[in-house]
Design a protein around this ligand. Structure first.
Ligand SMILES: *Cc1c(COP(=O)(O)O)cnc(C)c1O
Length: 407
């Protein structure tokens, strides 16, 4: 395998300019225009190769063009792609059953994007609150955590504390109480008779791979059970193998009432998200009360089902665990050499760069110049989330490049 090092400066500026000319600038991408992907590697329009250490924010846990996923998509493309939920199609039942089994839950509600799944969990939690818990009409409250990222809809950004995500988009929906992430006592203190759910990420991805103190998730589970409140775990980025377990909640042996899934569920091919729970919760929805034109479409179900089958073997979780040890060892060795702190679980790390070496963005630009694509989160934190199919050798090479740009 030929790897270009030290010479790559990104895609031809004219190509980058063309790509940016007619788009709203709600992103600030690295100046690289990609044309092909396989496994952990991407190739740009000029034929330069890059190691992907972002994996579509974990949407590409199985890498680019995984043959099983591409095969499932191709087979379904030739048969049936969309019916709407007005009718039933023949890929639906098996996908829902397989995903339900993976989660150990009775029912699956498929949507498309992560934000839609979070919105769905909010709606289900409120309806459960009114119809099952007996909260008075329009009084339902949901506890969320500071530093959260749950998506970009107006309701969701309304309970974000990131000014970029929030400012200028109000007025916002009421009904959310924010408490510090990782603080169990704060959740306990915030619960009132009107509280219907605690909505948290088991690990905060966009926040910089922030791992809560041991016992936090178990504590939320106990509190929620005791206080008759739903535990809704946003596993959109943390779930589906990334941390070395199927779900990040598994690390504390915790089962939430609602799993909120997305990203990798679509195999890097189509947007597939879902809310998964038991009948006593998801059963509150009756025909006409919630829906999605594309949710649970045949192509999504075919790809999602293949993803579930791949995860059911445990092979990718094991790989994330094993490579996670390598990643952690290599990153720990950089602490004091340009790295201030490392947080990781499985093949997922937040790396705080010494701010005197530049912003996270600048470090990512230098990585790109060495043939590695990664993404900063806040300020000087870089999130590393390689595809779980990355080879040991390529992972080492990627970290070598990080060490070089920090050295
Ligand atoms: C990405 C993400 C979302 C939103 O998913 P979209 O598909 O971009 O709408 C929600 N929650 C978490 C934890 C995420 O990482």
């Amino acid at each position: 395998m030929s790897i270009t090092t030290g010479t790559t400066t990104g895609t031809t500026p004219a190509e980058v300019e063309r790509a940016e000319a007619r788009t709203a600038h709600n992103y600030h991408p690295l100046p690289v225009v990609l044309a092909h992907g396989e496994g952990a590697w991407l190739t740009d329009v000029d034929g330069r190769r890059f190691l992907d250490l972002l994996a579509g924010y974990s949407a590409l846990n199985f890498g680019h063009s995984h043959p099983r996923l591409i095969g499932a998509a191709h087979a379904q493309l030739d048969k049936l792609t969309l019916t709407s939920r007005a009718f039933i199609h023949d890929a639906f039942a098996d996908f829902c059953a397989a995903l339900g089994d993976l989660c150990g839950k009775e029912l699956v509600l498929p949507m498309n994007t992560g934000a839609e799944a979070v919105e769905t969990a909010i709606k289900v939690s409120r309806k459960w609150g009114y119809e099952v818990k007996g909260v008075p009409a329009d009084r339902a409250r949901i506890i969320v955590a500071s530093g959260n990222f749950h998506g970009r809809t107006t309701t969701i950004v309304g309970f974000s504390d990131d000014p970029d995500a929030r400012d200028g988009f109000g007025p916002f929906a009421p009904g959310f109480d924010t408490v510090p992430y990782g603080d169990l006592a704060a959740i306990e203190a915030a619960i009132t008779p009107d509280t219907v759910a605690v909505l948290v990420e088991p690990i905060q991805g966009e926040g910089g791979v922030v791992i809560p103190p041991e016992g936090y998730l178990r504590g939320i589970r106990e509190l929620c059970s005791r206080e008759n409140v739903l535990f809704a775990a946003d596993e959109i980025q943390a779930g589906l193998g990334r941390t070395g377990r199927t779900f990040a909640c598994d690390h504390e042996g915790v089962v939430p009432d609602l799993y909120i899934l997305g990203k990798a569920l679509g195999g890097g091919i189509v947007p597939v998200s879902a809310v998964v729970g038991n009948r006593d919760v998801l059963g509150v929805l009756k025909p006409g009360q919630h829906g999605s034109t594309f949710g649970g479409n045949p192509l999504a179900c075919a790809v999602g089902h293949e993803v579930v089958d791949m995860l059911a073997t445990g092979e990718f979780q094991t790989r994330a665990t094993d490579l996670g040890v390598v990643l952690r060892e290599r990153l720990d060795a950089l602490v004091g050499h340009g790295v201030v702190a490392v947080r990781s679980r499985g093949l997922w790390a937040g790396v705080d760069i010494d701010p005197s070496l530049g912003t996270g963005r600048q470090v990512c630009e230098r990585l790109m110049a060495r043939g590695v694509l990664a993404k900063d989160t806040h300020g000087s934190t870089i999130r590393l989330a390689p595809p779980l199919v990355i080879s040991d050798e390529d992972l080492h090479w990627g970290i070598d490049q990080l060490a070089a740009v920090l050295g």
